[in-house]
Design a protein around this ligand. Structure first.
Ligand SMILES: [Mn+2]
Length: 320
């Protein structure tokens, strides 16, 4: 089900109505119906929400992520605009999952993402539980066709490679993808021993997943981690990035289904994101697993909005 973008998400302080140097996001954003996209200039980003936590429910997690897209848009609306003047950001509304119709919702999300790509709009997807990523993948693969080597980078405490013989969920996407797509490679940064069983580490090894442990993602070791990520990126035709917000330390990100007391410092996550989205081969980004219902003083939502702002500012800035 498609929900058109709403101006009610885009309000905030107004320092000036005519001086662009004083503008905030809510003064720059434009609303665009998905069915009426025309060809855009190449520096256009399309925000697309996914109101869905059916995958989290199936994964026996805590519900609420379906409400994140509008809350994150409201927080982004209030941030000052530091993007180049010719950058265009459009809110293209939300795709909503009805009841337990997860597969249908993921297909709809994928189709919407593919149509954004066709209009030369960079998809910036706001989940939703991490099942958002399966729709993200479907859309990019549909756009690229089957032959391109596609690198998936997931910043996450969890592999999300559980078996799905019974049903898919927010914990199965990467196994689903690697089982059906031999042209996909998977790197996961932020893995925690306590977030994954021994069996999941074995699965990851069987599927030749590249992963970087949480312990190896601190300031002193960051350069080494970035080198590993660069080696991975160089072997792909294109990359896509997904951020599972539960990878962040629960002191900073309490509003998630599965909080991580030993999660990453937000500054490390910001450094990873800046580095990865600056690459020439990146096509799209999603942020998932923010849960406004479980948040404390809106701080996870505010962090998510700031990370999104970082993605937008740093996207494609390094074409080496
Ligand atoms: Mn995840």
């Amino acid at each position: 089900m498609y929900i058109q973008p709403s101006i009610t998400n885009w309000t905030g302080r107004i320092d000036s109505t005519n001086d662009p140097l004083s503008f905030r996001y809510h003064q720059q954003i434009r609303l665009a119906d998905l069915s009426r996209l025309d060809k855009k200039a190449s520096n256009t980003f399309g925000l697309l929400g996914f109101n869905c936590d059916a995958g989290v429910k199936r994964n026996q997690g805590r519900m609420g992520a379906a409400e994140a897209p509008d809350e994150i848009k409201k927080a982004l609306a209030r941030l000052p605009w530091h993007l180049p003047a010719d950058t265009e950001i459009i809110d293209t509304g939300n795709i909503k999952c009805v009841e337990d119709h997860l597969e249908e919702a993921q297909t709809n999300l994928g189709n919407a993402i593919a149509s954004l790509c066709k209009s030369k709009v960079t998809p910036i997807i706001i989940g939703g539980g991490h099942e958002t990523f399966y729709g993200h993948y479907l859309g990019i693969r549909k756009f690229l066709g089957p032959e391109a080597q596609l690198g998936i980078i997931n910043i996450d405490a969890h592999f999300d490679m559980r078996p799905y013989d019974q049903q898919t969920s927010s914990g199965t996407m990467f196994k689903q993808i690697l089982d059906q797509d031999s042209k996909c490679n998977y790197l996961c940064a932020g893995i925690q021993q306590q977030g994954n069983t021994k069996a999941l580490f074995e699965t990851a090894n069987q599927y030749h997943v590249k992963y970087i442990n949480e312990e190896d993602l601190s300031l002193p070791t960051l350069d080494q981690a970035l080198e590993q990520i660069d080696d991975f990126i160089e072997q792909q035709d294109y990359i896509i990035l997904t951020l599972c917000t539960d990878v962040i330390n629960s002191a900073y990100a309490p509003g998630v289904s599965a909080p991580s007391p030993f999660g990453l410092d937000p500054k490390i996550v910001r450094a990873l994101i800046r580095h990865i989205v600056s690459k020439e081969t990146i096509l799209s980004f999603d942020i998932s697993e923010v849960n406004p219902v479980l948040d404390e003083n809106n701080k996870t939502v505010a962090l998510a909005a700031q990370l999104l702002n970082d993605v937008l500012i740093h996207f494609h800035t390094n074409s080496n």
